[in-house]
Design a protein around this ligand. Sequence first.
Ligand SMILES: *Cc1c(COP(=O)(O)O)cnc(C)c1O
Length: 231
Amino acid sequence: MVDVLANWRAVQDRIAEAAQRSGRSPDAIEVVAVTKGVPVEVISPLIKGGIAAIGENRVQEARAKYAAADWRDQIQWHFIGHLQTNKVKQCLEIADLIHSVDSLRLLQEINRRAEAMDLDQVRVLLQVNVSEENTKFGFVPSEVPKVLEEAVSCQRVVIQGLMTMAPFEEDPERTRPVFRRLRLLGEKLEQKGFPGFEMKYLSMGMTNDFDIAVEEGANLLRIGSGIFGHR
Ligand SMILES: *Cc1c(COP(=O)(O)O)cnc(C)c1O
């Protein structure tokens, strides 16, 4: 049996230590508990333990849990996986924040659906493929300014920051340049200023590398196996 509450406390301790090392306040760092593959009854104790957001990467699975969980209104529901345009409507019905907008076409479809559903301010992040791996979704860093310019016409959408996934490294220290590059990109974009864009969230850091991500400025961590064990 995995003790998710004990794991959650250990994760909080690691965050506090990383924040202290880098002179940051741990209160400025939010955790999204990644619950893909985890049944509702295993998540429930964590809700009482103070988790504020959960992250899912499949729309069907997220909706099934949303329907089943009596704590659905006590937390935020974040979508963190690749989103197909034909699932946007179903996603918007439950998601508070979409971390994984990875194409202009998807952004425009979210805007179109939001209008049809009379949603005003759909919150999203742009996924950036910092390491420019062919196997990864996301914009390459040099595309992002152009995307933000095009996004000005998407008036139902608010872009609240950037998300990235670092490549898996045995030595998490090696992910540092990826996280640093995302932070610097965010700072550059913030200086330039784009309508409908606010540099509020840097979503980066997973179980293997979140300490490094915190040191590099992450304020939204996506942590799955560190809380729920390997599945
Ligand atoms: C699964 C997943 C995570 C969590 O990964 P862990 O290594 O289990 O912490 C974070 N982000 C995304 C996009 C994921 O799909």
